[in-house]
Design a protein around this ligand. Structure first.
Ligand code: GLY
Length: 594
């Protein structure tokens, strides 16, 4: 502790105050060097109650947003197994002490993957081959991503952050009815093809909603990761079990693939928008570029939107037209930037967006070439948003791709694997699970990362976080984030209203199809007018999106909302424990592509 300065010795202060001076000086120095010493309001929006409880507890105990995100992501791997994961991948958009970062822990194609691996001798796609079973899995990135985020920004011991997940896996949790329903739906997809029922069989029981669901193998895996870190997953016992599972089922992921995997820091896509700065996902996600294009084109068409009341025929048509253009660019230009030169700047340039928006036909449906099937049935990914009392924010989206991924549970390790290989363009022009097509930019190559739509986003004004948001939903992710933002900013909705509002989606092919999320249809008159224009307006039998939003209102108040389509919780609460200083010195990231 520093010595009391000479000031005391000269009698300039009362003796009692002089005694306190070293403490005061120390506190000042400590607060200067360890910026996180703050308490105040924090907010979370998390897709399930277990995750919400843990995120709040970590923040209340003085952990920062990254600590809370790490603990939450591991909990969701236990209690939200349809999308929360160890065997998948995702992205973090991060605002930390004034810096904006983006962490890519997307899955990668195994070394033995090849462009035509899902095609038969005639060059036709082999049904379900990129969706179900071992060959559908990319090299998982989640554990590496969480480890890397914590390595640089965590303040709480890694091991302690995994304890809630270990407890929930070991002692069990009573499953939410939505999870039971989704699991039962998945049985049919995987029956006779994977070991899904061996692990998730208890959900078939009539009293599943009363019984704790225990996952002892997953608890042991989490325990190993808690003790040995990412090393266990990529080079230790868990790696061995994963490779053994691949051998059993003819999968491609090798020890070398796991050993080589790295999470990558990338420069986030940052864009000025109406006095705010959007911080969002760069490639290999298409989400950020798409969001910037949508917001930009909408502003170009401000006069047209002025004459188009919310959810009117004209409003839905204009949005469908700009969404169509975004999907056309996505199919042609977007892929893993380490393999394909993505023209990011050109795609978000104001002049380009003006030209694209001006091509929108105000009164008729512009026609894409060819007609392809629409969206598939399964849109599971998951997202959460966290803002700590020091103003740090994490916007994290991660996924197994389809609900419960490829349906394969790693025997002895108890976690599901992804079917993210389907997010590649398995054959140019052939739609994936989400009905979207792609070209060479997103074709399969060893070690390449498949194109995503995930759009974890943070909104800043003068360096202060004003919004944290994101959602699952496959190709509907960025159209949902876009519609939620304009609900907030153009239609003056509260966060709760913005996430609950109807959402609709158009994705180029088929050129006339508009899909509406299950819960909340468009007004009857809008639907009949769109139909008269030539649109095929379909209300889904399933929801898309599970928006998790934190917003700072114009008056500076924090609000948060979790989409009523899901089973999440949003909370704003006062943190009284100052955030802990980082537990160890930080170095630059191991893998940097910024
Ligand atoms: N698998 C969904 C996405 O990455 O967009």
């Amino acid at each position: 502790m520093p010595e009391a300065p000479a000031l005391c010795e000269h009698g300039a202060m009362k003796r009692s105050l002089c005694g306190l001076l070293p403490l005061v000086v120390y506190a000042l120095l400590a607060s200067f060097f360890a910026a996180p010493l703050r308490a105040g309001p924090a907010a979370i929006a998390i897709p399930d109650s277990h995750g919400a409880e843990v995120a709040e507890a970590v923040l209340r105990e003085g952990g920062n947003a990254i600590d809370a995100a790490v603990a939450t992501a591991f909990v969701l791997a236990v209690t939200y197994p349809e999308a929360g994961n160890l065997g998948g991948g995702g992205f973090i958009t991060l605002h930390h002490q004034g810096n904006d970062r983006f962490l890519d822990f997307r899955e990668a194609a195994p070394e033995r993957a090849s462009r035509d691996m899902y095609l038969d001798a005639q060059g036709n796609y082999i049904k379900d081959s990129s969706l179900i079973g071992h060959r559908a899995a990319g090299v998982p990135g989640t554990v590496a991503g969480l480890w890397e985020a914590h390595r640089l920004y965590g303040t709480r011991p890694w091991k302690s952050l995994l304890q809630p997940a270990i407890r929930l896996a070991r002692d069990g949790f009573v499953p939410h009815p939505q999870l039971i329903e989704r699991t039962r739906e998945a049985f049919a997809d995987y029956e006779g093809k994977t070991n899904f029922r061996d692990y998730f069989g208890p959900f078939a029981a009539g009293d599943a909603a009363q019984q704790a669901f225990r996952q002892p193998e997953l608890a042991a895996t989490l325990q190993r990761i808690a003790e040995r870190g990412a090393q266990d997953f990529y080079a230790g016992r868990t790696a061995q079990l994963l490779v053994a599972e691949m051998r059993r089922g003819g999968g491609l992921i090798s020890r070398e693939d796991l050993r080589r995997y790295r999470a990558i820091w990338r420069a986030p896509l940052q864009q000025a928008w109406r006095g705010y700065t959007l911080v969002t996902a760069p490639p290999p996600s298409s989400g950020g570029i798409a969001l910037v294009q949508l917001l930009g084109m909408k502003d170009v068409l401000a006069a047209e939107f002025k004459d188009a009341p919310y959810l009117s025929r004209q409003y839905v048509h204009l949005i469908a037209e700009i969404e169509k253009r975004v999907f056309a660019d996505r199919a042609e230009y977007l892929g893993d930037p380490d393999f394909f030169k993505v023209p990011v700047n050109a795609l978000v340039a104001p002049s380009y967006l003006r030209q694209r928006a001006q091509q929108v036909d105000r009164t008729a449906i512009s026609s894409p070439t060819g007609v392809k099937p629409g969206l598939g049935e399964s849109l599971q990914t998951t997202h959460f948003s966290i803002l700590d009392a020091a103003g740090n924010a994490v916007s994290l989206t991660y996924t197994l791709n389809g609900s419960f991924g490829n349906g394969v549970v790693v025997r002895g390790a108890g976690f599901l694997l992804n079917n993210e290989m389907d997010d590649f363009s398995v054959k140019p022009g052939v739609p994936n699970l989400y009905g979207v097509v792609g070209a060479a930019a997103n074709e399969i190559a060893p070690r390449k990362r498949m194109l995503s739509s995930m759009t974890p986003t943070i909104l800043l004004k003068d360096g202060v976080v004003q919004g944290v948001l994101g959602t699952p939903g496959g190709s509907t992710i960025f159209t949902s984030v876009f519609q939620t933002l304009i609900n907030l900013f153009d239609h003056g909705m509260t966060a709760g209203e913005a996430v609950a509002a109807p959402r609709f989606h158009h994705q180029l092919l088929p050129g006339t199809l508009i899909i509406v999320s299950r819960c909340c249809n468009l007004p009857e008159q809008t639907r009949s007018e769109l139909t008269a224009m030539g649109y095929d307006v379909r209300q889904n039998s399933w929801e898309f999106g599970d928006m998790q939003v934190i917003q700072r209102t114009d008056s500076g108040t924090l609000t948060a909302a979790s989409d009523p389509r899901g089973r999440g919780q949003a909370r704003v609460f006062e943190v009284t424990t100052p955030a802990a200083a980082p537990e160890k010195p930080r170095s630059r990231p191991a893998a940097v592509a910024e």
